[in-house]
Design a protein around this ligand. Structure first.
Ligand SMILES: Cc1cc2nc3c(=O)[nH]c(=O)nc-3n(C[C@H](O)[C@H](O)[C@H](O)COP(=O)(O)OP(=O)(O)OC[C@H]3O[C@@H](n4cnc5c(N)ncnc54)[C@H](O)[C@@H]3O)c2cc1C
Length: 511
């Protein structure tokens, strides 16, 4: 008798979702995580006394469009989502505006502040809501070969499909310019689309902008207690159905006999057997754990890229005060702080030349404004995500250039909220190298693999591995950001992989 039905390697949120569904389906599950806590890039700890910092993702957007939270009854296991409204605080430093959950309010305020732009925003939502809804649907199942065509046809509702397809194939910077003539409105929307990695000039990247209508649909939320509250709830849901979770338990090898996955060996030497193994780790880490003869060339040729973002997490003794402050709205949602589009492109140019961005656009997060468990009563957490930062630098190393990159992020924020640096009482600087060394994200790519069309849908991580099964090894399954639909806090990959796994192991199918 094997020790488990299913062994899960890694406890990122996708892996935990697969584990929780498998346990709920009556399978005996064991999860083995390398770090001292579960969650991977969705985890939180008190890193400065009195202040809790997320280690990775903070804005919970896409997962709210999935049925994962309800199906796994995560509220019974301690998850409580706090809604952020406004969703975004957009600013070039002079003319702030807000994206509210309510699209009509957003349109109304935009039109009053920037005549013509509210109407453009309404037209944009009207044109692309069906597309965005179709994309969200496609994320919830194993990818097929014709997804692009389906997106175009469904979003065009039969008409204008070719015209829609042409737009989908364009760079998102170009599509934004078709709608928004005022850069004060356009630049923050483009900056939000840039969060997946590809720059505004990349062909085929328009979907990163065109799913913007989903923000109004699902909202932006925060688990009370920090992002890690999601993965702690997932761990509890797994354990409630008899699953076991082991931390400080790095997998060294996935055991394969005669082309069948049989279990894992940990770095400490212990061996555990199972009918099936699921890896939620980065695909390169999965490949590294397999005997060489089972690793196809495609697994070594995935494009991981060269990092793209870094984050400065600050514990402050007082609240952030923006120059043009609206209290508390300025501090609630994601701060999309960007002077203009050139700032994004200049940063990308420096990145291409192997240099950290000298004047980065920022996503500012002060979630202590909505969650009093993150900071003491008069304090604040301020997390500043910035782009672009190469993992591999053309001069110097991250050890020698970290201080300069940190300083430039702080200087960039001073444009919006001068005096903030005087309130710093603790911090964590997460460079691309830090992300690789501490979160097992090779080359610091928070999305695991480049989010470009050659590695999306049925091409992620590569065609033969896109159905959540590792080709050539029976009983070895894949989940996580290395698989469809890619990076971000969404859980769709975890749920899609669970569906395939449970069908194979129980022959009962999905409920
Ligand atoms: C700084 C940062 C900010 C981000 N911001 C956002 C955001 O605001 N919103 C958003 O939607 N997304 C955001 N993201 C992206 C998002 O968090 C990730 O894409 C997503 O969480 C990846 O989840 P995952 O389940 O695929 O795997 P991961 O979180 O990468 O988990 C993989 C797990 O496997 C473990 N592991 C690896 N190798 C082994 C081994 N050999 N043995 C055992 N365990 C192993 C790792 O330790 C890790 O716990 C951010 C990410 C980072 C890092």
């Amino acid at each position: 008798m094997p020790d488990f039905d299913v062994i899960v390697m890694g406890a990122g949120h996708n892996a935990l979702i697969t584990a929780a569904y498998a346990a709920q389906a009556g399978l005996k599950v064991g999860v083995f995580e390398q770090r001292h806590l579960v969650g991977g890039a969705v985890s939180t700890e008190e890193l400065v006394p009195g202040y809790r910092f997320d280690y990775g993702g903070s804005a919970h957007i896409l997962i709210r469009l999935t049925p994962v939270v309800q199906e796994l009854q995560l509220s019974r296991h301690g998850l409580h989502y706090l809604e952020l409204d406004p969703l975004f605080h957009c600013s070039n430093g002079e003319d702030p505006w807000f994206v509210w959950r309510d699209a009509a309010r957003t349109i109304h305020e935009l039109e009053a502040k920037f005549p013509g732009q509210g109407e453009a925003y309404a037209r944009f939502l009207n044109d692309w809501t069906p597309f965005a809804e179709t994309v969200a649907e496609l994320f919830m199942s194993a990818p097929g070969p014709l997804e692009m065509g389906k997106m175009a046809v469904k979003s065009g509702q039969g008409q204008n499909a070719l015209r829609q397809l042409t737009r989908i194939l364009r760079p998102y910077g170009d599509v934004a310019a078709e709608y928004f003539s005022d850069e004060r409105v356009r630049a923050p929307l483009v900056w939000m689309a840039a969060q997946s990695g590809p720059p505004p000039s990349d062909p085929l990247s328009a979907p990163f902008l065109l799913w913007h209508p989903l923000y109004h649909k699902g909202g932006v939320a925060r688990p009370k207690g920090g992002s890690g509250a999601l993965t702690r709830a997932l761990a509890r849901a797994t354990e409630a159905h008899g699953g076991e979770i082991f931390v400080n338990a790095p997998v060294q090898q996935i055991l394969v006999e005669g082309g069948q996955a049989r279990g894992v060996r940990l770095v400490g030497g212990e061996t555990y057997t199972a009918r099936a193994v699921v890896s939620g780790a980065h695909i390169l880490r999965t490949a590294a754990a397999l005997p060489g003869e089972y690793v196809p060339r495609e697994a070594r040729e995935v494009r991981v890229g060269n990092g793209f973002g870094m984050i400065l997490r600050l514990a402050l003794s007082g609240k952030v005060r923006y120059r043009h402050h609206h209290d508390p709205e300025s501090r609630v949602g994601l701060g999309l702080l960007v002077k203009n589009e050139q700032q994004i492109m200049r940063g990308y140019g420096e990145y291409l030349a192997g240099q950290p961005t000298s004047d980065p656009p920022l996503v500012a997060m002060t979630f202590s404004a909505v969650d009093d468990s993150l900071a003491p009563p008069h304090g604040e957490v301020l997390w500043l995500w910035a782009q672009y930062y190469p993992y591999e630098l053309s001069s110097g190393s991250w050890e020698t250039r970290q201080a300069e990159a940190r300083e430039n992020i702080l200087n960039a924020f001073e444009h919006y909220a001068p005096g903030t640096r005087e309130m710093i009482v603790g911090e964590l600087v997460q460079t691309p190298l830090w992300l690789e060394q501490n979160l097992q994200l090779p080359r610091g790519n928070v999305m695991h693999l480049e989010m470009t069309f050659d590695q999306m849908f049925a091409f992620r991580p590569w065609a033969a591995a896109s159905q959540y099964r590792f080709p050539g090894v029976r009983g070895l399954y894949l989940t996580g950001a290395s698989t469809h639909p890619g990076g971000g806090i969404m859980g769709a990959s975890g749920r899609n992989a669970a569906r395939v796994l449970i069908r194979d192991l129980t022959r009962r199918g999905w409920r």
